[in-house]
Design a protein. Structure first.
Length: 569
């Protein structure tokens, strides 16, 4: 009976994993694994509504692609019509190339030097972009008080102040400045300061009252992107893509695109700390504002598959001739945990380990330390799995010892089952008597392994989430631990080791159960043909070490290792 239950549980577990995997894809706003729906093409970007305005106050768009003001008086006024020549400025540092648009002084494209495009290894990976098929931009602007005159927004033409556009050798920082003309009695000056070796950009907003009346502007900072999955995203495992908000009160909160569309987002709306971000696999963009500055947090669907997340902060009353400056940071880069921790509290959480963060963070720390010695991420993975197997050696020993005992009494159980096959009740009683007389617990091999499962799942998420694996070579043909094995050699090895491990386990007495016990490992192995090489390497190492320990314990207990292969007649 225990064998039957165990087999049924394995089968249920297997199909549940497949179904949960597909539903997890859909839950995270992705296409279904087997029947994906076509994605739509993004269009225009609109301006956020002022704090306190309703969803109905969000600007709409007209046929020209320019946002039209909503009827609500609290809606954000538009920038002045574009009269100046619109230009794109390419700015380069040692870590990335950025493209700024003189319309609003917005950041509309970023390309990384270290991280290459998966399809074109000669081109840098593009995160922010504004093209026919993609929209992902960082914007800022001013909002006037209700009923006030239009102020400079991200749609307002601005002038780029002449200066260097490339970070020269020996130079530690590069300054890019944009100035608006007077609009509504206000002039806005944006200053971006890029530093050597850094993905965070200091952004200074200076607001000058050039009019004759007191003004009370509010500064908004937002990230806008389409709701399409990132280019090249795998259909065989799912990672989160979408907005996120962090505050000290409610910590890290992910926001699904579909929840924004349905108006079901429940996150903190006001804070004096934290950040807003757009997150995807390996990379993120985030607006960071200093602690103590009151800000309103917002998220909304802009239009036609575009979504925005941002913050708005009041700049107070500005008398004629007065000015005020707000310092902020814009992070655009990879989810390198050590770097993110130094920039802002909680920013490292954009590298999302989910509910296993408490286990994943120390595992990543250990993996990072091992890499410091080994200088190869592939061998660091092998070393980490080896250390974990050593740490769990005695738990595994108990599990394999229990399996060895089961294997030793298996002939006796098989003989009894054959003899009493027409008397199921007596068969069950005799089986329990054998277990009791031989002091064998049929579930003794399960509990020690179950204790370890959360640790190895956490390690799975560490390897899946760590951008350090992206483009990292191991040996020979494995040039990228974040990509599937191009020749499927590692998945084949993993399948063979999984089958060997299954063969070494005690075979269920019932032939049909024995066959079923082979289906789950095979299905599991097939999935790994499309998984990143780093994950497959981790699983192979775990399998080989488990087989070695099981073989050693069986031999020591006088139970010669034998392969229990099922008959498929």
């Amino acid at each position: 009976m225990n064998d039957i239950r165990r087999t049924i549980l394995w089968v249920i577990f297997g199909f549940s994993m497949v179904l949960l995997w597909d539903q997890w894809q859909i839950f995270n706003g992705k296409n279904a694994t087997f029947f994906p729906k076509p994605v739509t093409t993004p269009a225009v970007v609109a301006t956020p509504a002022a704090p306190g305005s309703s969803a109905a106050a969000v600007p709409t768009t007209n046929t020209t692609g320019v946002p039209s003001p909503a009827s609500s008086p609290a809606a954000v006024p538009l920038g002045a019509p574009a009269t100046a020549k619109r230009e794109k400025l390419l700015v380069s540092t040692d870590v990335f190339s950025l493209t700024f648009d003189t319309e609003g002084g917005s950041l509309v494209k970023s390309s990384f030097n270290k991280f290459k495009d998966m399809a074109d290894k000669n081109a840098g990976f593009v995160l922010l972009d504004e093209s026919a098929g993609r929209v992902y931009v960082a914007q800022t602007g001013l909002i006037a008080a209700s009923g006030g005159a239009a102020l400079p927004t991200h749609k307002t033409p601005m002038t780029a102040v002449p200066g260097e556009r490339t970070l020269a050798t020996g130079q530690n920082e590069l300054v890019v400045k944009f100035e608006s003309s007077d609009l509504g009695g206000v002039k806005l000056v944006k200053t971006y300061t890029l530093k050597r070796g850094a993905y965070d950009i200091s952004v200074r907003h200076e607001v000058i009252n050039t009019g004759t009346a007191t003004v009370s502007p509010q500064l908004y900072m937002q990230l806008v992107r389409d709701g399409n999955p990132p280019v090249g995203e795998s259909a065989f495992y799912s990672t989160f893509t979408g907005p996120a908000v962090y505050t000290e009160a409610k910590k890290y909160q992910k926001i699904e695109f579909k929840d924004i569309e349905k108006g079901k987002v429940e996150v903190e709306k006001q804070a004096t700390n934290g950040y807003v971000a757009m997150v995807q696999h390996y990379f993120a963009a985030s607006w960071l504002l200093g602690d103590g500055i009151k800000r309103d947090l917002f998220e909304r669907k802009v239009d036609n598959n575009l979504y925005a997340v941002g913050m708005i902060t009041a700049m107070g009353d500005l008398a004629p001739g007065a000015s005020k400056t707000i310092e902020s940071k814009l992070f655009v880069g990879p989810q390198e945990e050590n770097t993110l921790e130094k920039l802002s509290p909680g920013l490292e959480l954009v590298k999302d380990y989910g509910w296993l963060t408490i286990l994943a963070k120390p595992l990543y720390w250990l993996l990072d330390k091992l890499h410091g010695f080994i200088q190869n991420w592939g061998w660091s993975i092998v070393a980490l799995v080896l250390l974990l197997k050593i740490a769990f050696y005695w738990l595994n020993a108990k599990a394999y010892a229990s399996m060895a005992k089961m294997k030793a009494i298996n002939p006796k159980i098989m003989e009894m089952r054959e003899r009493l096959k027409d008397k199921p009740q007596e068969m069950q009683q005799q089986m329990m008597k054998i277990y009791k007389d031989e002091k064998v617990n049929p579930m003794g091999g399960c509990f020690p392994i179950m204790v370890q499962i959360p640790v190895f799942i956490a390690l799975y998420w560490v390897l899946l989430s760590s951008v350090e694996m992206r483009g990292a070579p191991w040996v020979l043909w494995i040039n990228d631990l974040s990509a599937p094995d191009p020749y499927f050699i590692l998945p084949v090895i993993m399948t063979l080791t999984t089958m060997l491990q299954t063969a070494l386990n005690p075979a269920p007495p019932d032939p049909m159960q024995a066959k079923l016990m082979w289906f789950m490992p095979l299905i599991f192995s097939v999935m790994f043909f499309f998984f990143p090489s780093g994950l497959v390497l981790y699983w192979i190492t775990n399998n080989i070490l488990s087989i070695a320990q099981q073989w050693m314990i069986n031999t020591r207990m006088g139970v010669p290792p034998q392969f229990n292969l099922p008959s498929f007649k």
